[in-house]
Design a protein around this ligand. Structure first.
Ligand SMILES: NC(=O)c1ccc[n+]([C@@H]2O[C@H](COP(=O)([O-])OP(=O)(O)OC[C@H]3O[C@@H](n4cnc5c(N)ncnc54)[C@H](O)[C@@H]3O)[C@@H](O)[C@H]2O)c1
Length: 342
């Protein structure tokens, strides 16, 4: 069996998820890790049995015999690595979001399409069992067209204060809004035409973090469906799950409701609090990678090896980034914004 030789750029929390599944998948092998922090990269290489270590992705592309690059750097640092990798003829799995500026979205898509490499953005909620089940149900046609959707996806404030060091250079819209918008777009089966958003600021700024607390967005889709989306990273740390994730979809002949953050599948209680970690996301069962966060990466490897289309197209991922740029502009100006098309 052919094996994809994957070079991972970014030795952080999510880089480790990538390394685990590339090590496990019989069709993949992690051959290099690149991180600007050399000691972190070296430790990561030891922990995941990765032979080559780099601190500059351009040097890695020049020297490493890889056929695929996984871009797992902070949200705002995907574009240069993706463009350079595409220009070097490498397939790409890019962590969400595709890119965070208009110029970065356009130049990344252009480089990938010109190079003819295969590229997927890791919008992994499509592999999340309840959402995948809804997709299968609405695809039967039994429930008619989608009319409206609601999605609240927030993070505990700990993510902004402790987990990520680059919150002020990103946004909750990039970090979680990309997932919630892709889920709405996929299940409504349409593209946002107009977005209107308001934002709340102050809580994070008072803590010394220069970021918006919360966005509330109204979306009008091209064929008439409507949706609301809430994204915040100020949920109290006492929340039993890292996320607060609620979703509804109303169709002409039915409705679907998901509580993806406190579904009660597993409750762990100690002397202080109860935790309802969502073990559907990512865990190990007898040492094997389980959960939808691994399934999207596993699927990427399968599709590249099979030369088949991905479950998330590059253009759909670009739509998500362009709509988020519209949401940010709307929240700044107080006006509805027409979403740009690529
Ligand atoms: N699919 C998901 O649900 C999911 C979950 C978590 C994170 N992510 C995404 O994964 C990406 C990484 O997130 P994380 O939580 O691992 O962040 P992190 O901060 O833990 O790790 C990022 C790493 O990238 C390194 N880095 C920064 N600039 C670099 C460069 N130019 N070249 C090489 N390395 C560089 C940093 O030193 C750091 O070690 C983000 O885009 C994030 O949104 C996705």
């Amino acid at each position: 069996m052919k094996q994809l030789r994957v070079a991972i750029v970014g030795a952080g929390t999510w880089g480790a998820a990538h390394a685990s599944i590339y090590n496990e998948h019989p069709g993949a092998m992690p051959v290099a890790i690149c991180d600007v922090n050399r000691s972190l990269a070296e430790r990561f290489a030891r922990e995941h049995a990765i032979p080559e270590v780099y601190t500059d992705h351009r040097e890695m592309l020049a020297r490493c015999d890889c056929d695929t690059v996984a871009v797992v750097t902070p949200d705002f640092l995907h574009a240069d690595i993706a463009v350079d990798s595409a220009n070097a003829g490498k397939h790409l799995l890019i962590e969400k979001p595709l890119a965070t500026t208009r110029d970065d979205v356009f130049r990344t898509v252009e480089a990938i399409e010109r190079a003819g490499v295969q590229a997927m953005v890791d919008l992994h909620n499509r592999w999340n069992p309840p959402f995948n089940a809804i997709k299968q149900l609405v695809s039967t046609g039994r429930y008619g067209k989608a009319i409206s959707g609601h999605c609240r996806l927030t993070d505990k404030v700990w993510v902004a204060t402790d987990m990520l060091s680059w919150v002020a250079k990103s946004s909750i819209l990039w970090f979680l809004g990309s997932h919630s918008l892709d889920t709405l777009n996929w299940l409504i089966d349409d593209r946002p035409r107009t977005v209107y958003a308001v934002k709340h600021e102050g809580k994070l700024k008072a803590m010394g973090i220069d970021a918006v607390d919360s966005y509330m967005t109204t979306i009008q889709y091209e064929r008439g469906a409507i949706a609301q989306m809430e994204n915040a990273w100020i949920t109290p740390n006492g929340n039993s799950n890292i996320n607060d994730f609620k979703f509804n979809l109303l169709c002409e002949e039915g409705k679907f409701d998901v509580d993806a953050s406190s579904h009660g599948l597993l409750q762990v209680t100690d002397a202080e609090r109860m935790i309802t970690e969502d073990i559907l996301v990512k865990n190990f069962v007898f040492g094997k990678c389980k959960g939808f966060a691994y399934e999207s990466i596993r699927s990427f490897v399968d599709k590249v090896l099979g030369d088949e289309p991905f479950h998330v197209s590059l253009r759909e991922a670009a739509d998500v980034s362009l709509a988020i740029l519209g949401i940010m502009r709307s929240a700044e100006t107080g006006l509805p914004v027409e979403v740009e098309r690529i």
